[in-house]
Each structure stands twice: as C-alpha cells, then as structure tokens.
Design a protein around this ligand. Structure first.
Ligand code: NOJ
Length: 520
C-alpha cells in the first residue's frame, strides 16, 4: 500500500516520518560467539534493550559477504550474509524479533561500487570481451600514460583509476581500488541491482540506507570535472541521470505493500542538492523517501552557525519534503567528542529528537560515548575512522582492550569513556544520558506535535535558540542555550510548564548548554 496518494499530502504520516532510526555498526555492537566481532545474534539478544530505549527502526551498516577492505562497504555478494555476522536464519530471527516488537529493519545497500572480489568484477576484469566488461567503467589511459580523467578517489587523494595490466585498461573506483564502480548506464547492471533489493524485501526487510547513492548518476560519463568537484572527501557528482535511476528504484520499492523506505546518503553539501534527491512525491515522481543532510553534522556548536544550519535545512526540506537529523555516524568523529562536553551532547539529544524530521541516532550516542583513542598499531581503517567505530561497552568492568561485556577482546579498542559510560551504569539510572534519550523518545511518542507538527524557529536571541512545535492545539516550546553564559528565560515562557530539562530542575536562568522542553 502506498503511503502517499499522488497529488495530495499524506494525512497519516508514513512510518518513516514518524520513526526514530538507530544505526548499528554491526562489528561493534554485541558479539555473541566470542570472535571479537559483533554479529546478528548479538543484536537480536539486545532487542529488549533497544525496545526499552524506544527506537522504532534499526539501520545496520553492511552485513553482506565482503573481504572487508572497507569493512563491508566493499560487497562481494549482495544477497548473502557474511559469515562473520551470521546466517540467513540469524537475519530472519532478527527481523522476526523486530517485527514482534513493532520495530523495523533497514539494511545498507551499496549501489555505487562492489568489491573487486565480486564475481561480476572478476568476470569483467578477465577480458575486454567479457559479457560483464561494461558492468564497470573501463577506459584507456591517456596517451601520456596518465589516468583517463582527473577524478580523485576518496580517502587517500590518489587518482580514481587503477590500471589493470592483464587487459591494459584502467577501471574507475571513487573509493578504494578494492571498490570498483558499477556502470549504471548499463541496463543489465540496473536490473541486477534492482533484484538485490527485491531479494531482501522478499525476506521482510523494511527498507534500505543507500550508500553514496548520488554517485550512480555518473552513468558512464567520465569527462574531466573542474578541480573543486573532482577532488575533496567524496567527489561531487550530481547529474540528472541519478534522478532517473532513483525514480526507477522507487518503483521497485513500491512493488511491495509493506511500505519499504529508502534513505539516501547524498553527500552533496551545496544548497538544494540533497533535497533534490527526494524527487517530486506529489506528482508520483518520488525518488528517495529521505535524504541525509550532512551540513548540520559539519556545523560547530556555535549559536549563529547552528541556527543558520537548522533554518536552512527546515526551509529546504519544507513540505512536501521531510528532513533527517544526523549528528554522528560511522564516518565522523562522534558529536560527544566534537562538541567537547557531556552538557552539549545532552542538549544535542534534545535538538535531534524534538525538531521536525526523522532522527537517525548512531549506536552509543545514547550512552554519551566518546571516540576511542586508537594506537598506531591498532589502526585498521584506511580513512582514519576507527575512533567512532569502537565497540559498545555493555558493562563497566574492563580496560581499553577487553572486558565491558565482550566475551573476547574486540577488533578495536573501547571508547575512552567506556568505564564510566557503559550501558549497565546508565540503564535505569536517573539523570544518565541513556535515561535522557529514553525520556525524549517517550515524550516524542506521546506528542503528535513533536512527531509531525509544524516547527517555527525564532530568530536567535543572544545564544538562545528557540522553536515551537505545534499541531491541532498542542504546543511545545524548545529552548537551547547555545551561548557560553546563563541567559534569562524568555518573558512569555512559563517555567512551570517545563516537561524536560537536560540539567534537572529549572533555575532562575537558562544555564549555558541547557536545553528544555516546555509544554502548554
Ligand atoms: C559511505 C560510507 O558511509 C562509508 O563508510 C564508506 O566508506 C563509503 N561510503 C564507501 O562505500
């Protein structure tokens, strides 16, 4: 059943507008078999914990067969689970456990590139005449022996091309050489990738997070780009063909009645670019259901900058669109570490969970985890992202390398505050970060205005950020003091109406980094 009737706004919000999504980096969540790597049964065993927290859906970073050059973002078989994470039966058990609790599951779909070990690439590489040759992007070097174009791969700043001596051509990889780019201009590739979606939808999965999905729009066009687009953390490809592909991907999702959703990692930071990948849902030309906007994540904890970022996202993602909020993920230093204090992380939780939009939480932020310190000899990620991928400490007992409820030393050291912020120290403990998240999720669930009401952002008053959430006579005010000093309560706000504060009972002034929600 479609959640939107083309031509009119949804009256009942689709589930993904109403949901709080919790990202799990499976290697680091919970290890059931003592191999030092988290797995699917580990997640299933913690479902009561996640249900008690109050999140609605899980997004798992990739769990498919992979040589792990990029820890799963190099997929060697889209339709098989890597044994390190478990089996098909383990996934079925996870889906059933989630559905029993009224929760949903999103998998991470990596459409831009495969692993170089994927049989499609092995065949493609085998000869220029291979039927799969054109499934990837192969080009001759330039006459001077330089790469076919000026594009730079993410992570190491090296050319996005690797030369294959066997067939004397170079293949494109916008990430590692072990991650060759698929050629989405080839209809066979498109059809095969559609089938990978159907494979998991048939198994009852509720949707996908689509990895760097804007990049598939390059098709087979690999002309030189201006330097500022050809380089940078992720090459900025933004082409009409990407929208065409996404409209057809949307149709695949709409073959299913359980309303599967796709949220796209659209890593494009210029005005209007990310929202454009939602297409035109009212005319039936929808693309992604949700599209990440990473500009708030890259915004410092500073009043003017935060206010401007929030205002911009809300304006760009106005109806019929809908924003997402993400402050941390497996690619970025955790916001607890970036913002530099627990008080700010607490205020940030209020922001993510009370603004208009779908919040995406990154596992461990509900514990206020910091990044881990990674000694040189423990570095495993080619792009320096190990710190935010550290394992989740379930218990307090342990050191940087072992314990914390993990049956064996995990693949990475623990976060630097694991001993003081383990889950067992926070669950049920009044005033803990975990209980703040739980309170916010409970409040959100009980409040249609927070879930899908209008949001009116007031002009910044000193360091004070203020917005109102309203729906059908329900009215909530959110105040966040982003400034360095205490500030007066706004005259029109009734302090007696405070339903949640990040700093306990309200006092005469709003303290620096305090956030409060006031009901009327
Ligand atoms: C974005 C993912 O979030 C990141 O972890 C990965 O390395 C790249 N895409 C390449 O797939």
């Amino acid at each position: 059943m479609l959640s939107h009737v083309p031509g009119q706004l949804a009256t009942d919000p689709p589930w993904w507008r109403d949901a709080v999504v919790y990202q799990i980096y499976p290697r680091s969540f919970a290890d059931s078999n003592g191999d030092g790597v988290g797995d699917l049964p580990g997640i299933t065993a913690r479902l009561d914990h996640l249900h008690a927290l109050g999140v609605d859906a899980l997004w798992l970073s990739p769990i498919f067969v992979s040589p792990m050059a990029d820890f799963g973002y190099d997929v060697a078989d889209y339709c098989a689970i890597d044994p390190v994470f478990g089996t098909d039966a383990d996934l079925d058990a996870l889906v059933a456990g989630l559905h029993d609790r009224g929760m949903r599951l999103l998998l991470d779909w990596v459409p831009n590139h495969t692993s170089d070990q994927h049989r499609w690439f092995v065949e493609s590489r085998s000869s220029r005449d291979s039927p799969k040759r054109d499934w990837y992007v192969w080009r001759d070097r330039r006459p001077d022996g330089s790469p076919p174009n000026n594009w730079t791969a993410a992570f190491k700043g090296v050319p996005a091309w690797t030369h294959d001596e066997g067939t004397d051509q170079s293949y494109l990889h916008l990430f590692l050489p072990e991650q060759p780019d698929l050629n989405w201009a080839n209809p066979e590739v498109e059809a095969a990738m559609h089938d990978t979606l159907r494979h998991w939808l048939d198994r009852g999965v509720d949707g996908f997070r689509a990895d760097v999905v804007h990049l598939i729009g390059k098709g087979s066009d690999v002309e030189d780009l201006p330097d500022h687009l050809a380089k940078g953390p992720v090459i900025a490809i933004d082409r009409p063909f990407g929208h065409e592909l996404l409209r057809r991907i949307r149709l695949v999702l709409e073959e299913y009645e359980h309303e599967p959703m796709m949220v796209g990692e659209v890593y494009l930071l210029r005005e209007g670019q990310s929202v454009a990948y939602l297409g035109d849902p009212l005319s039936g030309d929808g693309e992604l259901h949700l599209s990440f906007d990473f500009r708030p994540l890259h915004t410092p904890w500073e009043p003017e900058a935060m206010h401007a970022a929030i205002a911009r996202t809300q304006a760009e993602f106005a109806e019929p669109h809908w924003p997402t909020w993400v402050l941390s993920n497996h690619d970025q230093v955790r916001h607890r570490t970036r913002y530099g204090s627990e008080a700010r992380a607490r205020a940030a939780a209020v922001l993510s969970l009370t603004m208009r939009g779908t919040p995406f939480l990154y596992h461990g932020e509900e514990l206020g985890l910091e990044d881990a310190d990674i000694p040189d000899d423990r570095v495993v990620d080619p792009a320096g992202r190990d710190g935010c991928r550290a394992p989740l400490p379930w218990t307090a007992g342990g050191d940087a390398e072992s314990g914390h409820g993990w049956p064996a030393p995990p693949w990475l050291p623990f976060p630097r505050n694991a001993s003081t912020h383990a889950a067992e120290l926070q669950v049920g403990v009044e005033g803990s970060m975990f209980e703040l998240y739980r309170d916010l999720l409970t409040l959100r669930r009980s409040s249609p205005a927070l879930r899908w009401g209008a949001m009116d952002l007031a002009p910044l008053a000193g360091g004070l950020l203020r917005y109102e959430r309203t729906l059908d006579g329900e009215h909530l005010t959110v105040l966040v003091n982003l400034g360095d000093a205490a500030t007066d309560w706004p005259a029109d706000v009734d302090r007696g109406g405070v339903v949640l504060s990040t700093m306990g009972a309200a006092v005469d002034a709003l303290r620096a980094d305090e956030a409060v929600v006031i009901g009327r």
